[in-house]
Design a protein around this ligand. Structure first.
Ligand SMILES: [Zn+2]
Length: 419
């Protein structure tokens, strides 16, 4: 998976989880089901049938009915799968009050996890259990850590929450010599040579540990004093590793605890890395606009046109876009129309449209066929054309600019469009 698809997948999951987390049932009647790859559909269906039976003991009539309805819906959906997909399957279903008590409607959500899920879980609760999916929103790339001072070096890797301290070595260099005069200068020279030798060893160990890691995202250096900077400047690492150093972190310790200090600060560091990526792509866009090269465009209509022509290299979307794309169809002829509007305008539009006269055949059979988030709709078109999609957060100045100055939709083109 490319980093760029990644920003879209993460955005979609984030949006879905925000919605699901906000849902609340009347009582204990919301069903969460996690099925990992490898489970038989028949086995899951049998478990659900069993749960349906157990639910018949629920005292409250309404709760019992809601729980059993939810289980029935989940079972029906489950049966539509011949096989559990590669990353597993997550279904949320339950009666959600739409407008106060008594207005519950069964809602069902199917989520395809971006990575394989391991957990097999059925829960019936007052909320949806989304926590096993929240995990996927965390940074998942592996990064390497070297914490060092003049006497020790520690090597570790971190992936998600998993921290591995791989190796610790010592330099054997004694502390600073206090005496003055000639012997002190000789001592300094010897110390210098020993330091070189130690840095070489640190470099060799680091190469051995980090080079084989296929998707090592970045390397962090830590330690209490200036030693880490001397090491960084001296090119003791393989050049591909040297290029991956993204930050140096001051720590109080040079051991497991020092590594943990780096990890504590790493979330912030990794977020900054994503910011830098966002800034870069936006600055590229601004350069093309500023120099009037014809290689950049913005605004939904123009971007859509170029997307459909297949000439968009990178599609830039603001995470804060709240527009939706509505498809209207006629039940009597082939008339159909798409329109973009704000999310809060949809209900009124739907009321106005449904059952009104078709402009083509005049039969009053128009209806809103589909409502889709604009981000999803544009991103899907982009994916068909092999276009990279960057969803920019509103947390950088550049991301704000995309939203405010360019309507949240912009594109960098592969080549200049014919006028
Ligand atoms: Zn019609």
């Amino acid at each position: 998976m490319s980093a760029k698809q990644d920003s879209l997948l993460r955005f979609r999951l984030k949006r879905n989880l925000e919605r699901l987390t906000a849902r609340e049932g009347r009582g204990t009647e919301l069903v969460s089901l996690y099925v990992p790859y490898g489970r038989q559909v028949s086995e899951v269906v049998a478990m659900l049938n069993n749960e349906y039976g157990t639910a018949s003991n629920i005292k409250s009539n309404t709760t019992r009915k809601n729980v059993q309805d939810a289980i029935t819906r989940v079972t029906q959906r489950m049966k539509m799968f011949k096989k559990v997909p590669e990353n597993g399957l997550v279904i949320f279903c339950g009666a959600i009050p739409q407008n106060g008590p008594g207005s519950e409607k069964i809602e069902l959500y199917i989520i395809s996890p971006p990575e394989p899920i391991q957990v097999y879980l059925y829960r019936c609760d007052a909320r949806f259990h989304t926590e096993h999916l929240q995990e996927f929103l965390k940074e998942k790339e592996t990064f390497g850590i070297i914490v060092l001072d003049a006497s020790n070096a520690v090597f570790a890797t971190v992936r998600g929450k998993h921290l591995d301290v791989i190796k610790e070595i010592t330099s054997g260099i004694p502390g600073k010599f206090k005496a003055g005069g000639q012997s002190a200068r000789r001592f300094d020279r010897q110390r210098e040579a020993k330091m070189q030798e130690f840095f070489n060893r640190v470099g060799e160990h680091a190469n051995e540990i980090f080079l084989p890691i296929e998707n090592l995202k970045s390397l962090l250096l830590g330690g209490p004093g200036p030693t880490k900077y001397d090491f960084e400047k001296g090119n003791y690492l393989h050049y591909t590793l040297n290029e991956k150093i993204v930050a140096t972190v001051d720590t109080s310790y040079v051991n497991d605890r020092g590594v943990e200090e780096v990890v504590d600060k790493s979330e912030e560091i990794l977020r900054r890395i994503r910011y830098v990526e966002e800034k870069k792509v936006m600055q590229k866009f601004l350069r093309e606009i500023g120099q009037d090269t014809g290689l950049a465009t913005y605004g939904e209509d123009d971007v859509r046109k170029y997307l459909n022509n297949g000439i968009v290299d990178t599609l830039l979307l603001s995470e804060d876009l709240e527009n939706v794309r509505v498809t209207v169809k006629c039940g009597s002829c082939d008339y159909n129309k798409e329109e973009t509007m704000k999310l809060h305008e949809v209900a009124e539009f739907e009321q106005k449209t449904n059952g009104s006269a078709c402009p083509k055949c005049s039969v009053p059979t128009l209806s809103v066929e589909e409502t889709k988030e604009l981000i999803d709709e544009l991103a899907e078109t982009a994916e068909l054309a092999g276009t990279d999609v960057e969803v920019l957060s509103g947390e950088t100045e550049e991301g704000q600019m995309l939203k405010k100055s360019f309507g949240g939709v912009a594109a960098i083109l592969r080549y200049k469009a014919a006028a």
